[in-house]
Unconditional design. Structure first.
Length: 325
C-alpha cells in the first residue's frame, strides 16, 4: 500500500493547529463516557484517505466502532511520523479508550505508541507492522508474503515465464514493501528466462510510478511486463504504457483497489492481489472492544489474514476490497 504531505510546524503553535484541524475530522469535540465513566472514544489514524485503500480502512473501522457504541475521531498522518506523533498526542490528551493505527513507519512509530501505552491507551495496528512486539495489543495485517506469492505466480503465467520485466517497489520504511518484493522474487527467480532489467521504488505513488516507468521504457523498450508493489503504482505504470502506446505490456498490482479491478475488467491491468482492508479494520475494532471490556483480546499480538488473487475470472465479484460469492 500510497502517499505523503508537508512537515508540521514546531512548538505550541503546531500542536494547537493540529488539535483544531484534527477535531474537525471526528464526530464530537469531546469523547463520550461509558456507564462506568471510562472513555468511549476510539481514535482511528491512517495514511491519507485520498488512497481508496486507506479510505476503506477508515470507513470500516469508523462504522464498526459506532456499531459497538463508541464515538470516533478519524485522522490522517499522510505518512509523516511527526504528524502521526501529534495525532497520538491528541488521542492521549482526549483520554481515548483505544487507538486503531495504520502506521507511518515501522521504526518511527515505536516511541509514540510507547507513550500511548504509558498513558494507559492500548493500540491496535492494521495493515502495517512495527519492528517491535509487546507495545501494541494487536498487529493485524494482510498476509503479504502469501499474497505476493499469488501475484508472482499470476505475473509469471501472464509472461509465459519469459521476457524482460520491471519491478516497482514501495516505500523503503514500510515493511510491506520488502515483504512483497521478496514474495514476488520467491516465484519469479525460479524462471531463468525471466529477466528483471529495472527495479525502482516509486514510494507507493501513482505520479512517481508513471515518471519512473517512462524513464525505464527509454532504457528498455522491449520490456514485456511490469510488476508493482501496489495498485497505485500499477495505475501509474499503466498510464505510462498507454502514453507510449505499449498496452501489450503486462501489468500487475497489489491491493484490490476499485480502479484496478475496473481496469482488469476492461482488459488493462492484468491482475491484482486483494487485501481485505475492511475485514482487518473491523477485526481491530472488535479486539479493541474486547480488550477494553476484559483486559485481553483473546488473540496473539501478530495476526495475518490471507489475500486473494483478482483477475478477469473473478474481478466482477469484487467490491470495496471484498470478494463476494
Amino acid at each position: 500500500m500510497h502517499r505523503f504531505i508537508s512537515r508540521s510546524l514546531a512548538g505550541v503553535t503546531a500542536v494547537t493547529i493540529a488539535a483544531m484541524s484534527l477535531t474537525a475530522c471526528g464526530d464530537d469535540s469531546k469523547p463520550a463516557a461509558g456507564k462506568d465513566g471510562g472513555s468511549k472514544l476510539i481514535v482511528i489514524i491512517t495514511p491519507s484517505p485520498d488512497n481508496v485503500f486507506f479510505k476503506a480502512e477508515q470507513q470500516a473501522a469508523d462504522a464498526e466502532a459506532k456499531k459497538l457504541g463508541y464515538t470516533t475521531l478519524v485522522l490522517s498522518h499522510d505518512d509523516d511520523p511527526t504528524k502521526q506523533s501529534q495525532e497520538i498526542d491528541t488521542a492521549i490528551s482526549r483520554k481515548a479508550a483505544a487507538i486503531i493505527l495504520d502506521n507511518a513507519g515501522a521504526d518511527s512509530t515505536v516511541t509514540a505508541l510507547q507513550k500511548a501505552a504509558k498513558a494507559g491507551i492500548p493500540s491496535f495496528l492494521i495493515d502495517r507492522e512495527i519492528n517491535q512486539t509487546g507495545i501494541a495489543k494487536a498487529q493485524i495485517v494482510s498476509n503479504n508474503s502469501q499474497g505476493a506469492t499469488l501475484g508472482g505466480q499470476e505475473f509469471a503465467k501472464a509472461m509465459d515465464q519469459s521476457g524482460e520485466y520491471f519491478e516497482l517497489t514501495g516505500k523503503e520504511t514500510d515493511t510491506n514493501a520488502g515483504v512483497r518484493s521478496k514474495g514476488y522474487h520467491s516465484v519469479l527467480d525460479q524462471f531463468p528466462k525471466m529477466k528483471m532489467v529495472a527495479q525502482q521504488s516509486a514510494n507507493w505513488d501513482q505520479t512517481e510510478a508513471l515518471q519512473k516507468v517512462q524513464t525505464m521504457l527509454q532504457a528498455h523498450p522491449k520490456v514485456k511486463g511490469i510488476i508493482a508493489g501496489n495498485d497505485t503504482m500499477a495505475l501509474g505504470a499503466w498510464a505510462a504504457l498507454q502514453a507510449a502506446k505499449k498496452t501489450d505490456v503486462i501489468v500487475t498490482g497489489f491491493d484490490g483497489s476499485p480502479d484496478v479491478v475496473s481496469s482488469v475488467l476492461k482488459g488493462g491491468v492484468r491482475a491484482t492481489v486483494l487485501q481485505p482492508a475492511a475485514k482487518i479494520s473491523q477485526m481491530a475494532v472488535d479486539q479493541a472492544d474486547k480488550y477494553i471490556k476484559t483486559g485481553s483480546t483473546g488473540q496473539p499480538e501478530k495476526q495475518s489474514v490471507d489475500c486473494v488473487l483478482v483477475n478477469k475470472d473473478n474481478a466482477a465479484k469484487v467490491s470495496n476490497f471484498s470478494l463476494g460469492s
